[in-house]
Design a protein around this ligand. Sequence first.
Ligand code: DOR
Ligand code: ZN
Length: 349
Amino acid sequence: MNTSYITIVKPDDMHLHLRHYDMLDFVLGDTVKQFARAIVMPNLNIPIINTKLAINYRNSILNALKNIKGDIKYFEPLMTLYLTDLTTADEILRAKESGIIFAVKLYPHSATTNSSSGVIDLFKNCSKVLEMLQVIKMPLLIHAEVFDHRVDIFDRESVYIDKIIIPLRKKFPELKIVIEHLSTKEGVDYVYSSSSFTAATITPQHMLYNRNIIFSGGLRPHYYCLPILKSEAHREYLVKAATSGDKRFFLGTDSAPHDIKAKENNCCCAGCYSSYNAISFYVKIFEEAGCISNLEKFASFNGADFYDLPRNSQTLTIYRNENVVPSELRFKDLTIVPLASGETLQWHV
Ligand code: DOR
Ligand code: ZN
């Protein structure tokens, strides 16, 4: 098949970092062009730990939306709360009643960017919150990696599933759980073995590349994200899962912009900026897998269905049109190197 364009129901990005201030103004337009809604991560420098902060953050996103050039102004940020050891069940109820918060994000303490307020002991400190989430059917989004120097960085997801997710599921059989940025065969197999209360997002970077790219001809910081890219066998397994049409897998870019100074640094921040070409990447992955007919399920239906949101009514058209990913993007004094910079893509939004 060599069609010149594809039209699908406008996708949602179910895992996105929009940041704040200038960075927010910089990156928001890329998402709005391609997505109708996005689940917005709460790991700002001052984490979004309560409803009031989420309302304020949402207002700054809506304000930034007003400054976007072009005619596409419709975009709905779906806010999340950052879980801490001190979060109360009442706060979760307030979040639900606000009507603007759609999930709670669990960062294990120290696991990734801005996770120093993350959870130290989930079972000891968060049981009431977990119970409440199960009752109100609000998804718990998990950065599923143990932070333990004795555990190899490539094994942190599978160890987290064994140590935390399996016991968590036993205690809360109907809690909605999304394993974010799934990166391993073990993770995919866990989701396959689960009920419809478990789902997972999959990023473009974990399906486009294996870990060799981080070390190709030198150390390449722009391919460093967490969970870290895995070996080829894991990559292939993820592509199979994402492109299968299975309802439990859906699109989440984990697009995580960092200024070039923080990436090309003695201690490089984790994160790939994938929003710039997000949909073109996913089209490439689905086309190469021979499963383009499942793209709409993965990108536009499965996530909305899992979150009990209405499916979008607008559409998005992607054209076959060769284009080179820019080496850098600039805004004010910020510079981002987008994922796949310098590579040629066959599809364009
Ligand atoms: O690579 C990542 N970047 N992984 C995360 O979990 C966080 C994110 C960020 O916020 O930069
Ligand atoms: Zn993330």
